[in-house]
Unconditional design. Structure first.
Lengths: 344, 316, 283
């Protein structure tokens, strides 16, 4: 059990600043997600924590010790790769036993440990198979077993679910979270999928351009985004962001943008004229694409109506929609950072 | 085919020609045969036919000047097998091929692994390392002939300058029995090393990078990483490179011909060079063919081994 | 355990570069030596006590003059080029369609055939050269360069077929299918779409064929005895030696000129060779 800390960590490849000054402190036993689009630096950061890359500057501490000079095997970490990186020429048993042998665990103890690790994931019946004979889901579990068998202090995962079918992904996500809660190892998880991040993370570090834009719980990064990037990245469909004034942007989420009469509760509402252009029926929700009129003319926005709203809406017609005042988020036009609310 | 407009009958016949050709150019089965046919035909004629002839000659009394082929049974083989020259050549061939090929594989693996990392000037290094393989064999070997010359060898001169040998103790690299074999093996290794390295390098670069990372995270030491992860993963390619090289070493005669002509006293004579001297220089085609045929069993073994490797690779 | 990581890395790096340096020296030294010897006066060369690494007497172009004007070297180069170009032509004519057929159009037996063709590359000239010499004599091609043109494709075709098969396999079928929908026949798609895209692979096959032709020794030695018809590979070792006296300067010049420029050209195509080879060999 250990915490991971990075202090002003930078990684430069020639001209490119892949990681540009990241300060991060995990909490013991927490599931921390590094979320961001491809190229944001999340995988590079993970690899630096693992010791597979050397930072250009800054420090990394694991369990309070500076680990700069330590190779991966001395850091008490375990890693699961996106491709699982199972050794193709070894059986499942040998794959899982490999790290134990590499660390000099006595031969007699190895089968017991392997058994324990495979039992955790229910793959005990696959021990004699080779990776090419396994399904995607089975391979993922073998990769996890191989990582866990060393009883590491920190668990690093690099998009381990992205190679699975969509259906499998949900159940795998569930199992992964249950497993982490049970074992309680500090885990750092990299993904570009915001649904995965929200579902799995105790806290999420949203990254862009080599920096952490916001670090917080799912509720915090979703409900109180720190800048326009975070606001736009989380949520599907993304937050509607319109120009409010010469120096100010205002945003509101599609699920808060509802017909006036549907809003419940007593909070103040801001009415917005909405001309619908197109309706998408998605089963559980309907998405209405259109433009605002009056206050923010020609601003393209999306409204998300749950199926519980039975009223019909047609393209071409104008409706009175509204957003609760407290759900309006204001951002500075030039920096994109969150600013204080103002009158609209 | 003139088109008679009155009855219109010949029209279909006129169209049958090009239509048949067109369908031929489209049909997967026939097009395949047509496209591969010429190459197969050529190979059967130019490789298969002489091969059959080689067997025929070995069982006959053919010479350079003879007009006919008379069957003499196993006479050539018996004649040849009994001679000390042949037995020495046979032994030399195995020694030469096996020692050379083992050296090539070991050194090739070392060099390939060293070349995996990027470094400045790598393109130049690659060019220089390839030179022995690309240069015409005889010409590169003559270069060595000059370097190893008994009177003017630069190696001897350098060794004397370094104080390791005396002025009258200059080594006859190509004139003394065991030394000559060593030199010949060394030069053959020099020539084949680039090819083996290139092939092994290709295999090494095809290992996904993730696997190396995983092994690092798992804590494998350098030795364990090399022998339990890297090398097992390139085993199929090592086998291919090894088999190739073995065939080249077993059947080569150029290096020996240029450097020592088989001497001194047949200590570097191998089957291929002996076949040449007997068959072409001395004109006894039949005996030469018989000697050369002894190369065949090894080729067969290699072919079978290769097919086995190929089949196993397909199954994975 | 107290070795600082920077020092450990530096020594590892030094060892790594040293190892590579050794191999490079081993491989390239003979050619370097050829180059130096080319410009040395024979009187300088044949003095045992002279330091061979420096020019004890001033460098000379005499060896080159002798090579180009007093020997048949230039003619041999021409002969080699003649054979090379013709063999390339024949090889491409037969190997390009064959490689394509193996990559695309055949099924189970096609794979066996592919391996079979590849294996014929391994049949050595030292096994076939004796019956071949007789055949060549019977055909009346003894001492003619045409004998080489006839026989050389026996190893260039298997090799190039295998190489090109690898290249063709890497081209997505979609392209040909699009061409067929556009109105071409299968063969037309091959000519109009596949070949232009594979130009790099075909160029590689050409370079490799040329180097194989330049290197070949056994057949050339066996079939041709008239000095004026030699190729470079045979002419230099057999003719430039007069009795016991070796004209080392000219000899080395001849070796260098016929080796190094080709190698430089070859170097540009090695990467493609590797990819073609590994795709073909290991699937």
């Amino acid at each position: 059990m250990a915490t991971v800390e990075t202090r002003q960590v930078r990684k430069v490849f020639g001209e490119v600043r892949a990681v540009d000054g990241v300060d991060l402190v995990t909490r013991e036993g927490e599931f921390l997600v590094l979320l961001g689009p491809s190229g944001c630096g999340k995988t590079t950061l993970l690899r630096m924590i693992a010791g597979l890359e050397q930072p250009s500057s800054g420090e990394i501490l694991i369990g309070g010790r500076i680990v700069y000079h330590l190779p991966p095997r001395a850091r008490k970490i375990a890693m699961v790769f996106q491709s699982y990186a199972l050794y193709p020429h070894m059986t499942v048993f040998k794959n899982i036993a490999f790290p134990l042998k590499a660390q000099g665990v006595p031969k007699e103890e190895i089968p017991k440990k392997v058994e324990w690790a495979t039992a955790l994931f229910g793959i005990g019946h696959l021990l004699e198979r080779k990776p090419r004979q396994l399904s995607g889901g089975e391979r993922q579990r073998v990769a996890l077993a191989r990582a866990v068998v060393r009883e590491p202090a920190v668990f690093l995962l690099d998009e381990p679910l992205s190679n699975l079918d969509a259906k499998l992904r949900t159940s795998a996500r569930d199992e992964l979270q249950q497993f982490q809660r049970r074992i309680g190892i500090t885990t750092i998880y990299v993904t570009h999928d915001q649904i995965e991040a929200m579902g799995l993370g105790d806290r999420i570090a949203v990254m862009q351009g080599g920096r952490v834009r916001q670090l917080g719980t799912p509720a915090e990064v979703y409900g109180e985004p720190a800048d326009t990037f975070v606001a736009g990245f989380l949520g599907s469909p993304p937050m509607n962001i319109v120009e409010a004034a010469a120096d100010c942007l205002v945003g509101f989420r599609p699920e808060h943008f509802l017909p006036r009469e549907v809003h419940e509760g007593s909070g103040a509402l801001v009415t917005l004229g909405f001309r619908v252009a197109r309706v998408e029926y998605l089963g559980a929700d309907r998405l209405l694409y259109g433009v605002l009129e009056d206050k923010f003319p020609d601003a393209k926005v999306i409204a998300r109506l749950p199926s519980t709203v039975a009223l019909t809406y047609e393209g071409g017609r104008r409706y009175a929609f509204a957003v609760p005042e407290k759900e309006l988020k204001f951002f500075d036009r030039t920096t994109g950072l969150r600013t204080a609310p103002r009158l609209v | 085919m003139s088109a008679r407009t009155t009855t219109g009958e010949p029209e279909p016949r006129a169209a049958a020609g090009p239509r048949a050709l067109a369908s031929l150019l489209d049909s997967p089965r026939w097009l395949g045969v047509l496209m591969i046919g010429p190459a197969v035909l050529y190979i059967v004629l130019v490789v298969g036919l002489p091969f059959v002839l080689a067997i025929l000659y070995a069982f006959s009394g053919v010479t350079m000047g003879s007009r006919t082929i008379e069957f003499v049974g196993l006479k050539n083989f018996i004649n040849v097998l009994g001679t000390a020259k042949f037995q020495t050549s046979l032994r030399n061939t195995f020694v030469f091929a096996i020692v050379a090929q083992v050296l090539v594989m070991v050194l090739g693996t070392v060099l390939a692994i060293a070349l995996l990392k990027d470094f400045r000037g790598k393109w130049l290094v690659r060019l220089l390392i390839l030179l022995p393989w690309v240069a015409p064999i005889s010409l590169g070997t003559i270069g060595w002939l000059w370097i190893l010359d008994s009177t003017y060898s630069v190696i001897n001169w350098t060794l004397e300058a370094l104080g390791l040998i005396r002025a009258d103790g200059w080594l006859m690299w190509l004139g003394v029995p065991y030394l000559a074999m060593g030199s010949v093996i060394a030069i053959h290794v020099w020539r084949i090393l680039p090819l083996a390295t290139v092939i092994l390098l290709g295999g090494l670069t095809s290992i996904p990078h993730d696997i190396h990372d995983a092994a690092q995270v798992d804590g494998a030491s350098f030795g364990r990483h090399l022998f339990q992860i890297t090398l097992p993963l390139i085993r199929p390619i090592m086998l291919v490179a090894g088999l190739f090289g073995l065939v080249f070493a077993f059947t080569d005669m150029i290096v020996i011909f240029v450097l020592t002509r088989g001497g001194p006293y047949d200590t570097t004579q191998v089957l291929a060079s002996l076949a040449f001297f007997t068959g072409i220089q001395a004109g006894d085609l039949a005996e030469g063919a018989a000697i050369a045929l002894f190369l065949f069993p090894l080729l067969l073994a290699v072919a079978v081994a290769f097919l086995r490797v190929a089949r196993r690779a397909e199954v994975t | 355990m107290a070795v600082p990581p920077a020092l450990r890395r530096a020594t590892a790096r030094g060892g790594h570069l040293g190892l590579i340096g050794l191999f490079t020296l081993f491989s390239a030294f003979p050619f370097y030596w050829m180059l130096i010897t080319t410009f040395k006066r024979t009187s300088d060369l044949l003095k045992r006590t002279n330091n061979p690494f420096i020019y004890n007497e001033p460098p000379t172009l005499e060896n080159l003059r002798v090579l180009f004007f007093d020997t048949l070297y230039v003619r041999w180069l021409g002969n080699t080029l003649f054979v090379g170009v013709l063999v390339v032509f024949v090889t491409l004519l037969l190997a390009v369609p064959a490689g394509y057929a193996l990559a695309r159009l055949t099924g189970r037996w096609g794979e066996q055939l592919g391996i079979g063709i590849f294996l014929t590359y391994l049949v050595p000239s030292t096994l076939l050269f004796i019956p071949m010499s007789r055949l060549i004599g019977d055909l009346g091609l003894q001492d003619s360069l045409w004998s080489l043109v006839l026989v050389y494709p026996s190893f260039t075709i298997p090799f190039c077929t295998w190489l090109l098969m690898g290249f063709f396999k890497a081209i997505p079928r979609d392209l040909e299918e699009a061409a067929m929908i556009d109105g071409h026949s299968r063969f037309g798609a091959f000519v109009k779409v596949v070949i232009p895209i594979s130009l790099a692979g075909i160029l590689t096959a050409i370079i490799f064929t040329l180097t194989l032709v330049m290197q070949e020794f056994v057949y050339a030695l066996t079939f041709i005895t008239a000095a004026r018809n030699y190729t470079v590979s045979v002419g230099v070792p057999t003719f430039l030696v007069h009795g016991d006296v070796y004209f080392w300067g000219s000899l080395m010049a001849g070796c260098f000129i016929a080796s190094v420029p080709v190698a430089v050209l070859y170097n540009f195509f090695v990467d493609r060779f590797i990819s073609g080879f590994t795709v073909g060999a290991i699937k």
